[in-house]
Design a protein around this ligand. Structure first.
Ligand code: NAP
Length: 306
């Protein structure tokens, strides 16, 4: 079994920052990610609230963070974590590419977009149902599309999509948005964005191949309406990527990991950082902050046990 000082699970901004700090302290570090580095930044077109950049493309910031974090000799492997086992001083990380052993595990596995769990959502995923405007928006040039949700993600992505498509209808279950006021102002003043308030998606319908419409239910009156559309972008919150961690008993009832302000979980040697952490404000800046705290303190932890 290959042995490391530190294994970082997840290569988003939190995991990459922890990697940078740990490997710069001369520790032997492995980063494991089941996808491309950068995490959710890859799903974001433009980032305007990360200090140092007026505006930066999500994919570009991912690349910059990856390059800078790997410069001190950390290894990177594509692999899906199946289970993390606490054996005291050592932690065993079972993955689909083999088993690894480490003194410290940093869980930076992030979060993914929640599903609506309605009829047609799964069937038409990738065929009109999308969770990534940057990836799929250009398929809907000159179409009328819908965006579901009222948080920062929904509004930010609706504004992005409005540059590509004919019209965006935002479907929200209340009559007030949850998104920050700057994003709200941008959406309200955008002539290509309309709002359909107090509606939930009941069903996504289509032909054998693609989405053709969404069926909405009015949350006040209970009436049903249909909007013809080829594209449905869903942004209704996020859920923690904590699969395989159940036995550690470090998550709350919603699956997010509980930590103290040092990013330590209740298990010595296991840290959690970024969006996967309970009470994270889920910003790139806060993820980087979490990663730096864990990356620094894990060095002290290792010095204390070896
Ligand atoms: P969010 O803030 O949890 O918002 C989810 C939205 O979806 C809410 O408006 C919610 O309605 C609605 N919703 C939830 N379940 C629903 C359902 N079953 N049917 C219909 N609507 C449903 O999620 P998010 O927008 O993905 O943001 C996640 C986190 O990332 C937040 O902390 C956010 O600030 C952060 N973020 C930040 C930025 C940025 O700073 N630029 C960008 C994106 C995300 P209610 O309002 O009625 O609850």
């Amino acid at each position: 079994m290959q042995e490391y000082d530190v294994i970082v699970i997840g290569a988003g901004p939190a995991g990459l920052t922890a990697t940078s700090y740990a490997s710069r302290s001369n520790l032997k570090v492995l980063v494991l990610d089941k996808g491309i580095y950068g995490g959710q930044m890859n799903d974001t077109a433009e980032i305007e609230n990360y200090t140092g950049f007026n505006s930066v493309l999500g994919a570009d910031l991912s690349e910059k963070m990856y390059q800078s974090s790997m410069q001190f000799g950390a290894e990177y492997l594509y692999g899906k974590v199946i289970e993390v086992i606490n054996e005291g001083k050592y932690k065993i990380i079972k993955t689909d590419i083999g088993d690894f052993k480490a003194l410290v595990v940093v869980i930076a596995s992030g979060a993914t977009h929640a599903r609506l769990d309605v009829d047609g959502e799964e069937k038409y995923a990738g065929r009109g149902v999308s969770y990534c405007a940057v990836c799929d928006g250009s398929f809907f040039k000159d179409e009328n599309i819908v965006v579901v949700g009222g948080g920062d993600s929904a509004i930010e992505e609706a504004v992005y999509l409005s540059n590509l498509v004919k019209k965006v209808t935002i479907i929200h279950r209340r009559d007030k948005l949850k998104a920050t006021s700057l994003l709200q102002e941008r959406a309200f003043s955008n002539p290509k964005i309309e709002f359909n308030w107090n509606k939930v998606v009941k069903k996504i319908t289509g032909d054998s191949n693609k989405v053709t419409a969404v069926i909405l239910e009015d949350t006040k009156k209970g009436t049903e309406t249909e909007i013809k559309t080829k594209g449905t972008f869903i942004y209704v919150g996020i859920k923690a990527n904590t699969q395989g961690l159940d036995k550690l008993k470090i998550t709350n009832s919603e699956g997010f990991i509980k930590t103290n302000s040092n990013m330590e979980t209740s298990i010595p040697g296991i840290f959690a950082v970024g969006d996967v952490r309970e009470n994270s404000i889920r910003q790139i800046a806060s993820a980087v902050g979490d990663g730096s705290i864990a990356g620094k303190l894990l060095f002290e932890y290792i010095q204390g046990i070896v």
